[in-house]
Design a protein around this ligand. Structure first.
Ligand code: ZN
Length: 323
């Protein structure tokens, strides 16, 4: 069992492994409350479920920026009505507030039966030890089926990474913050979290029950009839984008940069003569222009490839992205 928080890359790999559909929002990887509070995120103890109290269809900016008196990020995960997880922040986020030390102890030890102890104290900070998902709905009615299906996978993914059971998953209404009843199922009424935990546990168990690789030999795969697409490793181009520009000459640290540059040339964003594997200043500018085409702005369009923008370029220009 590990209590060290996942890094952003570990999280992305984990979500991919568990088939959680996700989108990255702005600078979520570095957006947190750590430096503002002088406290860091972790060791981590569990996963907390919330409703936002609103049925609005796009709540990313609100969760990212926060509200008056409660600065963002307000969670790690925003869960939209269509079942997509939007990555909002990473590190300490303002979602849990103060809660009950008896509940925390029961979650850490997973030492309770159906429900954690009564949450009648508000003395320990949950923001430094709970991952938090804000589900986009009012709580006055049920969440969508797509949201619930993703909640099960997302909670299972986090528990799987840390070696937790579903007893590490609690609702905000079980935590000890006065007046909270999320995640709701009707006005003022929290979902039955024991039933939610049972569903998360069965999702977790389904992974164990289904081996991911066949153990008996199967028929050899048919020969591909089309040539394989070039592969670009996100972490390697990202590293090239950060280290190459100040290097003298035309230093090449990763050959996949050539594939990326060829795509930028075909997009009309980079001079057609610039075909080597050096990720220089002109490539930073060209990639930033591509990020703006994808709808990013400001610090999110910094010329360093990210998962979403690179996959869009790959889909359009015929290569494959791995990380
Ligand atoms: Zn809440």
């Amino acid at each position: 069992m590990s209590t060290t928080p996942m890094t952003p890359s570990q999280l992305l790999a984990n979500l991919t492994e568990w088939g959680v559909k996700f989108e990255e929002y702005r600078s979520w990887r570095t957006h947190n409350r750590d430096s503002a509070t002088g406290k860091s995120f972790g060791p981590v103890s569990g996963f907390m479920v919330h409703h936002t109290g609103s049925d609005a269809s796009d709540q990313r900016a609100l969760l990212y920026n926060g509200v008056a008196g409660l600065p963002g990020p307000l969670c790690h995960f925003g869960l939209a009505q269509d079942g997509t997880v939007h990555l909002i922040g990473w590190g300490r986020t303002n979602h849990a507030g103060l809660g009950d030390p008896d509940v925390l102890r029961a979650v850490v030890n997973e030492s309770y039966d159906q429900y954690p102890p009564v949450d009648n104290q508000s003395t320990v900070d949950g923001n430094d030890c709970f991952y938090g998902v804000e589900i986009w709905y009012s709580g006055g009615h049920k969440m969508t089926d797509a949201q619930y299906a993703t909640l099960r996978r997302l909670a299972a993914a986090v528990c799987d990474y840390h070696g937790w059971s579903a007893k590490s998953v609690i609702g905000h209404g079980e935590w000890g913050s006065p007046g909270k009843w999320d995640p709701g199922m009707s006005a003022g009424r929290m979902m039955d979290m024991a039933a939610v935990r049972a569903d998360v546990q069965s999702t977790l168990d389904s992974k164990v029950a289904t081996p991911s690789k066949p153990t008996t030999p199967t028929k050899p795969a048919p020969k591909p009839t089309t040539p394989a697409k070039p592969v670009v490793d996100l972490s390697k181009v990202e590293s090239a984008a950060r280290t190459n520009p100040p290097m003298a000459g035309r230093t090449v640290t990763y050959s996949g940069v050539k594939t990326l540059k060829a795509a930028l040339i075909r997009e009309g964003l980079l001079a057609s003569s610039d075909t080597d594997g050096h990720y220089g200043q002109r490539v930073v500018k060209a990639y930033a222009a591509w990020q703006r085409k994808c709808g990013y702005s400001g610090a999110a369009a910094d010329g360093v490839p990210g998962w979403t923008s690179l996959r869009k370029l790959a889909a359009k220009r015929g290569f494959t992205v791995v990380r």
